[in-house]
Design a protein around this ligand. Structure first.
Ligand code: SF4
Length: 498
């Protein structure tokens, strides 16, 4: 149990919106939460770097102590002594403690609040471009607490990264960051705060709330209690039904249905959900007509291509933007007349790999033959990005993009559906079922995000746990397996269609 005398913080207030059980567990059983992965830790680190950099927009501020001990008094003293800018100021009101990233005093002794987010998007993609709920909650609880503590807040802002900013030799902070007023966005959420604070405090005083698992477990953030709440969810559970909505989950639960195989025929399912249900009941569903048609698109030589990329919140190299994905590595398996070859690219310098990557790709992929990717929108986006940046290479890169074929299509469209895919089509789900002998198990790197973390270690940007030769080897093995897996999946589809 937490030892703080304050029951809620701005992060627990946001957790309470996500799930009441998450709020309760994080207060009473923090030790049961999954620890952040090494990749998540590197994301938090980037978040701190962004916050520290944003402070430079408001120079000469006074930093409050990181620990809770006496920080409330320290903040009050700092205000009383006339500070005009404070970083991490602390305020409390009605059992809630908040730390404000940046507050700046106005000439009339009111204050402006600045919340820093290491994102390039604070609004939804929807037509109304509403502020994302988690940011609304985050800023409204801060304003409510500060005003309750006697601080008059004139304006609230979010500071975030400008996705269009292209770095020059030096960082231009005024262009890197966007400062956006959110006063009108939080007006309604602010009115809800008093009641929600009472509700959340009552939850914390009570016993663990009963909450069914659902979409909230990943939205807006992946809940660290998933291994606890989802422990009984097996591959044929209704929760693995492709694109299941929370309404459908509830309707099935009301019918007492836990497994896909027990869904009544009369229950309304999408076309893909029906195929998945049949696959769970009868093992495999194959749409031979569509797979045969799909296989006619492949023209030898076949280049099986996979990229690994890295993105930096604060652009690290000239001519790059925040979070721009830079391809530092690729693997290519080439299948031609029954023989299989392999080549790879790995960029070892701490500089922008893009030009070198584009030139090597053009040389290796030549100008005829299909280029096979798994979930090709990713590779296509990277190639388009390179073509936009290096216009002299654009014709060759456009040729590469036009030759891309997406090997995920038969699985994403449920033309090939095995009940054990759990309603998904990612290569990590499909490969172990189609080719059980080819596995990522035993590799030091098993996911794209682990590859990103390893590359940061290779460059020495974060402290490495292995020698650079070992990290390089791990990265090469991982990427090579991805393209070899594609070759094997292609062979399975080919065998079916013949
Ligand atoms: S896993 Fe889901 S149900 Fe469980 S605490 Fe987290 S959000 Fe709530």
């Amino acid at each position: 149990m937490t030892s703080s005398k304050f029951k809620l913080s701005k992060s627990s207030y946001v957790k309470g919106h996500q799930c009441k059980k998450y709020l309760w567990l994080s207060h009473h059983n923090p030790e049961q939460a999954a620890p952040p992965s090494s990749f998540q830790e590197s994301i938090f680190k980037q978040g701190h770097e962004v916050e520290f950099l944003a402070r430079k927009l408001f120079p000469n501020g006074v930093s409050m102590a990181p620990s809770q001990l006496d920080v409330l008094h320290q903040t009050q003293d700092t205000i009383t002594h006339g500070a005009s800018v404070i970083y991490e100021a602390a305020f409390s009101y009605q059992d809630v403690l908040i730390r404000a990233d940046i507050i700046a005093r106005n000439p009339d002794n009111t204050w402006d609040l600045y919340e820093v987010k290491s994102t390039t998007k604070i609004r939804k993609e929807s037509k109304d471009k509403a502020l994302k709920p988690q940011y609304m909650q985050d800023v409204s609880i801060q304003k409510w607490v500060m005003e309750g503590a006697g601080i008059k807040i004139k304006r609230c802002h979010i500071i975030y990264l400008n996705s269009k900013y292209i770095r020059g030799r030096e960082l231009d902070l005024k262009s890197l960051f966007i400062i956006e007023s959110v006063d009108s966005d939080i007006a309604i959420a602010l009115g809800d705060v008093p009641k929600l604070v009472l509700d959340f405090l009552a939850i914390l005083k009570g016993t663990q709330p009963e909450v069914d698992i659902g979409s909230q477990c990943n939205n807006p953030y992946e809940c660290p209690y998933k291994s606890k709440c989802w422990k009984d969810v097996g591959p044929i559970s209704i929760h693995c039904l492709t694109r299941i909505t929370d309404t459908k989950r509830k309707n099935l639960k009301d019918l007492g249905v836990n497994d896909i195989k027990d869904i009544p025929i009369s229950f309304e399912l999408t076309a893909n959900q029906q195929i998945q249900m049949q696959a769970v009941q009868n093992k495999l569903q194959i749409n031979l007509h569509e797979i045969k048609k799909f296989m006619t698109d492949f023209e030898e030589p076949l280049y099986f291509l996979d990229f690994e990329t890295i993105g930096y919140a604060i652009p690290r190299y000239q001519e790059t933007t925040p979070y721009q994905k830079l391809t530092f590595q690729y693997s290519i398996h080439v299948l031609h007349n029954g023989s299989l070859g392999h080549s790879e690219f790995f960029y070892e310098q701490d500089s922008d790999p893009s030009r070198k990557c584009a030139e090597n790709l053009i040389r290796e992929l030549r100008d005829v033959g299909s280029i096979v990717a798994y979930h090709k929108s990713f590779e296509a986006g990277q190639i388009r990005d390179l073509a936009e940046r290096f216009t002299d290479l654009a014709p060759a890169l456009n040729n590469i993009e036009n030759r891309l074929i997406d090997l995920e299509v038969p699985f994403a469209k449920f033309w090939y559906c095995d009940g054990r895919f759990e309603g998904r089509s990612s290569i990590k789900k499909v490969l172990p079922i189609l080719i059980p002998t080819l596995s990522y198990e035993g590799l030091s790197i098993q996911k794209g995000e682990e590859a990103q973390r390893a590359y940061l270690e290779f460059l020495g940007i974060i402290a490495p746990l292995k020698s650079s030769d070992e990290i390089r080897e791990d990265l090469l093995n991982y990427c090579k397996l991805d393209t070899l897996a594609m070759v094997e999946i292609y062979n399975v589809l080919k065998a079916i269609s013949n």
